[in-house]
Every structure is written in structure tokens, then in C-alpha cells.
Design a protein around this ligand. Structure first.
Ligand SMILES: Nc1nc2c(ncn2[C@@H]2O[C@H](COP(=O)(O)OP(=O)(O)O)[C@@H](O)[C@H]2O)c(=O)[nH]1
Ligand SMILES: [Mg+2]
Length: 553
């Protein structure tokens, strides 16, 4: 392990020297893995509702994580062995506080902690029931790739830290494009990936055979190592599946954690070494190149910078236009949902009236509370079902940016190839797109103030039909008002995320250009230093290769 430390130091120094800003997150992830001690993180990835939390509860033997809730995009929950049941919340500002175990969902679910108002970074849970896995630590990541939470930043940014990865995919809808993309992404960060086909009880045994061969076929078509595939179910009838998974994967992982950690670290360091080598070669080629080739490349990079600024301005304009038109678009698209909800709410309300045999002020209070609760549920449902609609401008921005960045990178590769006759690392850009959480819902007051003051003196029996009719009308209005509030709140948060995405792309491009520009100012005198670094990194790669050949065979 000493050697990995030295390699990381060397890459760190090179990154400072050549301003390799895009390698920094990977370097620090390797360092923390190296100093993680004996523990190993087993992270569960997968789409929202793929059964991640259920799986971890099942492994822990108790319901500590909330099930079927919309997860908070920013919060990661970790479970490990501890002598006593204990839960601790870590906040974004660095503070930490112990909480009762029953209160975990107050911090990790979108419903209880909308938009992460409590500013939570992570929740750590210790349970005596996890002793047989000690010191493995299980990590529940927020859902990826669902309508509600595609590509959540928290889970994606966490990728460089992943140890072993379990990817949960519901057995009744196996392997979408997004699942395959996630698996490909994960492969860059860990060699240890297990695909879990959850909710296996939804299939009979013939269907399970069919699903397994479908999955194998999917992997067969891709290159690279296919992951191990296991069925899982939390239902007692299929305990044999979870026992098998535990025996064949989790317990060996615990037993071989030292080896596994080393293997994972090696994989990450190796990938870093290749990337660093490519940049060092560019710098060396530049340092030893005739001035004219360097000037030529520098001019092209300057042109790229300008071009990207133009593209950014153009894209910013486009995105603002999409946002400006989005509210009307949302409301048109939600028209039938709104009508249907108005009719349903009014019908439900009429069915409630006979239960409210009380005086008028109390009657109004009951109405308001009932409507608030009812609409909260219904509008949360609209939020969930229509996330794709609400996030359309965000998705369009992301699609545009991914294409623009890919084209940018391809051009850079072309310039460097033409000027120096060298390749660049094949950079696969991951833009972390955060899906905004559902906005809050409010109900206005029932009547104008004067009506409320006079109302208590009128006998309710007399005016009841009048009040009921009026409340039905008011209810329809509340539905309409809150649907448009929901839509405009979505527009605002989508607009903020669009800006954040554009900024991320800009940062990536800026880093990449700075790195290359910096490589070009290497004077011929820096050549020996660079040759030294290249020789060293090359020898690391050879020795890693020998190591892995040794351990795999
Ligand atoms: N039939 C069945 N349902 C499951 C199983 N595991 C999870 N579910 C259901 O799938 C839904 C989503 O589960 P959850 O653990 O919250 O998924 P997460 O969003 O990935 O954490 C819930 O309604 C669970 O009850 C299983 O093994 N069998
Ligand atoms: Mg969950």
C-alpha cells in the first residue's frame, strides 16, 4: 500500500504542475480510500423504487430506512455495525447530531425534509444486527434514473468514492438504457459490481430463468466484464435467495475485504495513472516541439475558448427562452389533469360534508385542514407523475450540453493530434443533473374577512347549503390556483438547475483548456522532469498489470 501512496503523491504533484483540475476529485477519492483503514464501503445504486432501502433493511433485519418514499436527492445514508443502536445526522455545515433511530426519515425523505431544508449531508446508522458484516459499511444512495430523480448529483458525485457496488434493478423491469449507462459509469470506478435483480417474488421460476437469460444476453452484447447477477427478495418465501447472496457475495466480501479494497484502489489508481500519463505526454511533446507548432496549437485553443463562450451565450439564451415558455407549456399540458382533479376533489368534499356536523368556524377549519391534506397528497402525486414534463427544459439543456462537450472534446483531441501527434484521455463527461424536489403547497383562507366575522352569528342549518356550494366553488379555485403555483415553483427550481448545469459545463471546459494551455508553456528545460514523471507512471502501469495478472490467474 505504501507504493500507492507514493504514486498518488506523484500524480498529485503532476496535477499541481500541469494544472490537471479535472483529475482532482479522483485523486482525493483514492487518498481517502487508502486511509479508510479496515472498512469497505458497499454502495447500493439503482433507480428510485428499485428496492434499495428494502434490501438494506432486510440485510439489517429491521426497518430503519423508510420504504417507498421519495428520497432526498442530496442525502446519503450509511449503515454499519455498532454495539448499540445509534443514528447520527451530519449537516452540510459540518455539525453532527445524534437522533432517535425512529426519526431517520425526517432527514432522508423528500416528504419530511423537502428541498433538504434541514441542510443534511449524510445520516450514519449503527446497528448490532450488522455484526456479521463488520467492518463493511452499507451505503444507501439516492435514486438514480427514475422519473423523479434522474442522475441525482449526490449519487453521481459520490461515484469516485465507491468501493464495491450493488446495482439494484427491479426483476420485473430489468435493464433499461439508464441501468446499462450506470453500470458502464461504475466500471470506471470499481471492478467490484454486482447486479441485484430485486423483487424476485414478482416472477415465477420460469420467468426468472427467462429474465436471467435476457440479462446475460444484454451483457453479452457489451464488451468488458459482465457483473455477477443475483436475484433478491425481501419476502420470507424466498429466503433462499437472500441467504445465497449473503453467503456468496457479502460474507466473502467481508472476509476478503483487504484484498477487495486493494483491488478497488488499484483499479482507481490505475485509471488515474493512464489519464495523468496522457497529459504528461502532451506536455512533454509541447516542451520539445518547435515553437511554431506550439503557437499554432495555442491559437487553436484560444479559438476554442472563444467558441465556447459564444456557445454558452447562445445556449444560455435558448435555455432562458425554454424556461420563459415553460409555464404556459406546463399549464396547457396539465389542463386535463387539473379538470379531473377539480371534479374528484369536489366529489370527495361533498362526501365529507355529512361528517362535519359542527358550528361554522369549526366547519371552515375542518374544510381547510381536509383540503390541505388532500391537495398535498394529490399535488405531490402530480409532481411525481409529471416530473418528466416539468424537467423537460432541464433535459433539453443537458442533451445540448452533453453533445456540445463531446464535440468540444473531439475537437481538442483533433488539435492535439495535429500539432503534437498524440492522443488525449478519452474523457467521458458526466454532468450531474439534480432534479429539483417537489415544491410546497398552500391553501388560502376560505372567505374574505368580513364573511368570517359575521358567519358565527348565523345559524349554520339555515345557510349550510349556501356554504357548501360556496366551499365547492372555492375548492375548485384552490385546485386551479395550487396547480399553477406548483407549475411556477417547478419552473423556478428548474431554471436554477439549468443555470447550475451550464456552469458545470463551463467549468469542465475551462479546466480542460487551462490544462492544455498550461502544458504548452512548458519550456524545453522542463523536459527532463516530464520524462522522469512519464517513466515513473509507465513503470507503475507495468507493475500494476503484472500484479493483476498474478492475482487473477
Ligand atoms: N414484492 C416485493 N416488493 C418489494 C421488494 N423490495 C422492495 N419492494 C417494494 O418496492 C417499493 C420500493 O422499495 P424501496 O426500498 O423504497 O426502493 P428504493 O427507492 O430503491 O429505496 C416498495 O413499495 C417496496 O415495498 C421485494 O423484494 N418484493
Ligand atoms: Mg430508498
Amino acid at each position: 500500500m505504501m507504493q500507492d501512496d507514493a504514486v498518488l503523491d506523484r500524480i498529485g504533484a503532476l496535477a499541481d504542475d500541469l494544472k490537471l483540475a479535472n483529475l482532482r476529485p479522483q485523486i482525493s477519492a483514492c487518498r481517502s480510500l487508502l486511509h479508510n483503514g479496515d472498512s469497505l464501503d458497499v454502495a447500493v445504486f439503482g433507480r428510485f423504487k428499485s428496492g434499495k432501502s428494502s434490501l438494506l433493511n432486510h440485510i439489517a433485519g429491521r426497518d430503519v430506512l423508510p420504504i417507498g418514499v421519495v428520497p432526498l436527492t442530496a442525502v446519503i445514508t450509511r449503515l454499519r455495525y455498532g454495539k448499540m443502536v445509534r443514528a447520527e445526522v451530519r449537516f452540510l455545515d459540518g455539525r453532527a447530531r445524534e437522533i432517535p433511530i425512529g426519526e431517520v426519515d425526517l432527514y432522508v425523505s423528500e416528504r419530511e425534509n423537502p428541498d433538504n431544508k434541514r441542510r443534511v449531508a449524510a445520516v450514519d446508522i449503527e446497528l448490532p444486527s450488522l455484526e456479521r458484516f463488520d467492518p463493511l459499511r452499507f451505503v444507501d444512495t439516492p435514486g438514480l434514473g427514475s422519473a423523479f430523480a434522474h442522475n441525482t448529483a449526490a449519487a453521481l458525485q459520490w461515484l469516485p468514492n465507491v468501493g464495491a457496488a450493488l446495482v439494484a434493478v427491479s426483476a420485473d423491469a430489468p435493464l433499461s438504457e439508464r441501468d446499462l449507462a450506470l453500470l458502464a459509469d461504475l466500471r470506471r470506478h470499481t471492478p467490484s459490481i454486482i447486479l441485484l435483480l430485486t423483487k424476485a417474488d414478482l416472477l415465477n421460476s420460469a420467468q426468472r430463468v427467462e429474465v436471467r437469460s435476457f440479462v446475460n444476453e444484454q451483457f453479452h452484447r457489451q464488451d468488458g466484464h459482465p457483473p455477477a447477477v443475483y436475484f433478491y427478495s425481501v419476502m420470507p418465501a424466498l429466503t433462499e435467495l437472500s441467504v445465497k447472496f449473503e453467503q456468496e457475495i457479502l460474507l466473502p466480501m467481508r472476509r476478503d475485504r483487504g484484498e477487495t479494497s486493494k483491488h478497488i484502489l488499484r483499479h482507481k489508481v490505475n485509471s488515474l495513472v493512464s489519464q495523468a500519463l496522457d497529459y504528461a505526454r502532451v506536455a512533454l511533446a509541447a516542451a520539445t516541439q518547435v515553437e511554431s507548432a506550439r503557437v499554432e496549437l495555442r491559437n487553436r485553443l484560444a479559438a476554442e475558448r472563444q467558441q465556447f463562450e459564444l456557445l454558452r451565450a447562445e445556449l444560455g439564451g435558448l435555455a432562458r427562452q425554454w424556461i420563459a415558455n415553460s409555464l404556459d407549456g406546463y399549464l396547457v399540458a396539465l389542463g386535463s389533469t387539473e379538470q379531473e382533479l377539480e371534479a374528484r376533489t369536489a366529489a370527495k368534499l361533498r362526501a365529507q360534508f355529512p361528517n362535519w356536523r359542527v358550528r361554522l368556524p369549526e366547519f371552515l377549519r375542518l374544510w381547510r385542514e381536509w383540503l390541505q391534506e388532500y391537495l398535498l397528497r394529490e399535488l405531490a402525486d402530480v409532481s411525481r407523475k409529471e416530473t418528466v414534463l416539468f424537467c423537460a427544459p432541464l433535459q433539453m439543456t443537458q442533451d445540448h450540453l452533453v453533445r456540445a462537450l463531446q464535440a468540444f472534446h473531439d475537437r481538442l483531441v483533433g488539435h492535439v493530434q495535429a500539432a503534437l501527434g498524440l492522443g488525449l484521455p478519452p474523457y467521458k463527461v458526466t454532468l450531474a443533473m439534480r432534479t429539483p424536489g417537489a415544491p410546497p403547497i398552500e391553501i388560502g383562507f376560505a372567505f374574505d374577512a368580513t364573511f368570517e366575522i359575521v358567519a358565527p352569528v348565523l345559524p349554520l342549518a339555515l345557510i349550510r347549503p349556501l356554504i357548501e356550494r360556496s366551499l365547492c366553488r372555492k375548492t375548485r379555485y384552490e385546485v386551479e390556483k395550487n396547480i399553477s403555483r406548483l407549475a411556477s415553483a417547478w419552473r423556478d427550481s428548474v431554471a436554477a438547475e439549468v443555470e447550475a448545469l451550464i456552469q458545470q459545463a463551463e467549468e469542465y471546459v475551462g479546466n480542460e483548456l487551462t490544462t492544455l494551455e498550461h502544458s504548452l508553456i512548458q519550456a524545453p528545460s522542463s523536459a527532463p522532469r516530464l520524462i522522469d514523471a512519464i517513466t515513473y507512471l509507465d513503470s507503475c502501469r507495468v507493475s500494476f498489470d503484472n500484479d493483476s495478472n498474478g492475482t487473477d490467474s
